[in-house]
Design a binder for this molecule. Structure first.
Ligand SMILES: Nc1ncnc2c1ncn2[C@@H]1O[C@H](COP(=O)(O)OP(=O)(O)OP(=O)(O)O)[C@@H](O)[C@H]1O
Length: 263
């Protein structure tokens, strides 16, 4: 591993994402080139149907790559098996079916599955990682509660703790602020920023919260018209990337405040 690449956790090379139906290929986005380093927080932004979930599923190995390559910690994703992948990527899907009859502790402990034996017995080290994850997201006070007793905001923190317990270099989250009020949206994204700094993990999430992402993320991947633009928020603002993200009769990007405004 060369020194300059040593802290790159995720790299894509001319990636195309989409769907294969028999002989037909539907490309959703092509030419995705991005690099995420340790400790970076990155958001995937785009209007409904732009391809955010398709991209996250492709990067997690759930969906096949249409063209190009993905490297996770310098390993080629297409050549990495599922058990190896689960030690490199943890995935947080808000709408995933999870038994809410589990306690918070039990759900966070599921993050240790890639490392435990077939009956899922936790050893001392697993328990240490689970407790550390619970501490990092500050949910010690609810660790014995059942998940069905939690608010959406609390449950989101539990899902993030499970990903931390999995102890991977990359955490991928699909719309982690869905169903949350403005305070909790800001809280969860700020928590992700803090965790990326404290744990040095690379965190990638899809979101509709552009104004918050502009303030909190190190880089943004903008999906627009089947193409991808990647860069630091300020560079993307200066290159006028946001001016036509939404139909301009209703919403415009105000460069001065670096935020979207309703006309
Ligand atoms: N299973 C599928 N087969 C074929 N096309 C699909 C499939 N799932 C999604 N698509 C299409 O792929 C495109 C991207 O969808 P995707 O769900 O990735 O967008 P998104 O940016 O996550 O949208 P949203 O913000 O609404 O969640 C859309 O045109 C969608 O219709």
């Amino acid at each position: 591993m060369s020194a300059e690449n040593s802290n790159i956790v995720l790299k894509t090379d001319e990636l195309s994402i989409g769907y294969r139906k028999r002989n037909d290929i539907q490309v959703v986005v092509s030419g995705i080139d991005m690099e995420i380093k340790e400790g970076e927080l990155v958001a995937v932004i785009g209007i409904n149907g732009a391809g955010k979930s398709t991209l996250l599923r492709t990067l997690s190995g759930i969906q096949q790559i249409i063209k190009g390559q993905v490297f996770i910690s310098e390993k080629n994703l297409a050549k990495t098996d599922v058990s190896e992948l689960s030690k490199n990527i943890s995935l947080v899907l808000t709408e995933q079916l999870i038994s809410k009859n589990l306690s918070v502790m039990e759900l966070v402990a599921l993050g240790r599955q890639p490392y435990t034996n077939w009956i899922g017995k936790l050893n001392k080290n697993d328990l240490k990682k689970v407790m550390h994850a619970i501490k990092l997201v500050n949910i010690e006070d609810i660790k014995s509660k059942k998940c069905h007793e939690l608010s959406d905001g609390q449950f989101q923190k539990v899902l993030i703790a499970r990903a931390l317990a999995q102890d991977t270099s990359l955490i991928i989250l699909d719309e982690p602020t869905t169903h949350l009020d403005l305070y909790h949206k800001a809280y969860v994204l700020k928590l992700l920023q803090q965790l990326s700094r404290e744990t040095n993990k690379a965190i990638l999430f899809a979101s509709h919260e552009i104004n918050l992402a502009l303030q909190l993320c190190d880089k943004l991947l903008i999906l627009k018209d089947k193409k991808a633009l990647y860069g630091k928020p300020l560079d993307l603002i200066n290159s006028e990337t946001f001016n036509d993200l939404f139909p301009s009769h209703l919403i415009h990007f105000d460069k001065e405040s670096s935020s979207f405004k309703i006309k």
